[in-house]
Design a protein around this ligand. Structure first.
Ligand code: SF4
Ligand SMILES: [Zn+2]
Ligand SMILES: [Zn+2]
Length: 310
């Protein structure tokens, strides 16, 4: 790639149109960590010495998240340093030919970084696996999977006494979710959408430290750091809608760089406060498991009635 790094004058390896910034390999890696640190500070996501549990699926984004948090932990450079206690958890969803690889990738990676790793089996916690769900007709597998993951990652985080549960959602994920819910005017969902959710009784604070880093940036960061995510895709990954919204946003981003970040920040700074002011359904305790829920029975307990134990 022709051009020079704006920070050191070496060969440019990456150009970021939204920031009109060209960087060499090592400054790009530093830039990503610094931006994540700024996001964490701006939104008060992690305070020094807090215990952070990273949801590590073995995919690219969660590996990048763990790498960035470990880098911050080890650094003494005040621009990127953040001393906190980081551990990781992988939920074994029981998807034959896929989940074993996820757990192994995550375990090996944690060992390499010296980060404590916890693997928990869905079948032991729920009494059924995602393969069981897929073998029955009903709700789309991914929508069940989302509910299951939210429920058990929260449960593990709360029971192990962590302060935060960090997930690897990136800017493209956030922009696509906001965009699709704008289009369907799903006000209730939008009012709950946030890169940081505070803790409350029975619920750990959930954070998305990569939400201002684009898919392209996480991909390049993973490549530059030599991170090797699981090489297989999930056999149930067939939901095309999010992918379509991402494609549309990519077209807009190409024509008008910074569209995604402007959209997500605009939502958080100007739209979300209005939705919150107008009030949303308050959370109460699920009558079956006691976890916070907008309805009498939480979505996980409704699932459990349908699917398990098998
Ligand atoms: S693709 Fe769907 S089923 Fe597979 S891990 Fe992701 S959410 Fe779960
Ligand atoms: Zn440089
Ligand atoms: Zn419940």
């Amino acid at each position: 790639m022709a051009g020079r790094c704006k920070w050191c004058g070496d060969d440019m390896e990456v150009f970021l149109p939204y920031a009109r910034l060209g960087l060499c390999k090592s400054h790009f890696k530093y830039y990503v960590v610094r931006r994540v640190k700024r996001t964490i500070e701006r939104y008060g996501m992690i305070k020094p010495r807090e215990r952070v549990l990273v949801a590590l699926s073995g995919g690219k984004d969660s590996l990048v998240l763990l790498h960035v948090l470990s880098t911050m932990n080890e650094s003494n450079d005040p621009k990127i340093s953040l001393k906190c206690e980081v551990e990781a958890v992988t939920l074994d969803l029981g998807i034959r030919g896929y989940s074993e690889g996820c757990v192994e990738t995550a375990r090996a990676y944690c060992e390499k970084l010296g980060v404590p790793h916890h693997a928990v089996k869905m079948v032991e916690l729920a009494g059924f696996t995602m393969d069981d769900v897929a073998s029955r007709r009903g709700r789309p597998v991914c929508s069940v999977c989302g509910v299951v993951k939210r429920h058990f990652l929260n449960k593990v985080g709360v029971e192990m006494g962590f302060d935060r549960l960090a997930t690897g959602h990136n800017l493209d994920d956030e922009a696509a979710v906001i965009f699709s819910n704008y289009l369907s005017a799903n006000v209730e969902f939008l009012s709950r959408q946030s890169p940081i959710l505070p803790s409350r009784e029975g619920m750990i604070s959930r954070i998305k430290p990569l939400f201002e880093i684009s898919e392209r940036e996480t991909m390049i960061y993973a490549q530059f750091q030599g991170l090797t995510p699981i090489d297989r895709g999930c056999p149930y990954a067939i939901d095309p809608s999010t992918h379509r919204f991402k494609m549309v946003l990519n077209v807009l981003e190409k024509e008008m760089p910074a569209t995604k970040i402007r959209m997500v920040r605009g939502f958080l700074e100007r739209v979300k406060p209005l939705l919150e002011r107008d009030g949303t359904t308050p959370l109460r305790k699920c009558a079956m498991c006691g976890y916070p829920s907008p309805s009498e029975i939480c979505s996980f307990c409704r699932l459990r009635k349908n699917y398990g134990p098998m």
